[in-house]
Design a binder for this molecule. Structure first.
Ligand code: GTP
Ligand code: MG
Length: 149
């Protein structure tokens, strides 16, 4: 089954938006298979955002992501990478539709409260980067029969 990496950024944790994020992903039908509250190390973030290294906002992105604890989560389910991005909304809050997490709770690109993997490949890379294998759990969800045809 497909998995994705979703992280509530330090502003989302401080603003107590993480229960809302957990609620939206759970109620959509996804299964939580990993969760931890952690301070991201600079080395990890450089790897996580390696494709953005040359951007002018990269230093401020790093300090933003290290400004407080991050709630790192892994979710499992059908098309969870694409569905997850849809739940998040566009990167720029000006373009993220009401009803999405960023559309409902964010105003600034540099304070957009949540991260989601943008492809199955980056999801695999990010999950391996943020979690050890034994930190992910495998279990049968009792909701599945009511969510999947
Ligand atoms: P993530 O889910 O966090 O990876 O966001 P994304 O995939 O929607 O966007 P992208 O990977 O391109 O950028 C990563 C993060 O860098 C964004 O979520 C923003 O927090 C930040 N960012 C991206 N572009 C800008 C920008 O132009 N200015 C600022 N200040 N921050 C930006
Ligand atoms: Mg991204």
């Amino acid at each position: 089954t497909e998995r994705t990496f979703i992280a509530v950024k330090p502003d989302g944790v401080q603003r107590a938006l993480f229960p809302e994020v957990l609620r939206r992903f759970s109620q959509k039908g996804f299964k939580l298979v990993g969760i931890k509250l952690t301070f991201a190390k600079e080395e990890l973030l450089r790897e996580h955002y390696s494709d953005l290294q040359s951007k002018p906002f990269f230093p401020s992105l790093l300090s933003y992501m290290m400004s407080g604890p991050v709630l790192a989560t892994v979710w499992e389910g059908k098309d969870v990478v694409k569905q997850g991005r849809a739940l998040l909304g566009a990167t720029n809050p000006l373009q993220s539709a009401p009803g999405t997490i960023r559309g409902d709770f964010a105003l600034d690109m540099g304070r957009n409260i949540i991260h989601g993997s943008d492809s199955v490949e980056s999801a695999e890379k990010e999950i391996a980067l943020w979690f050890k294998k034994d930190e992910l759990v495998s279990y049968k969800s009792e909701m599945y029969g009511w969510i999947y045809e």
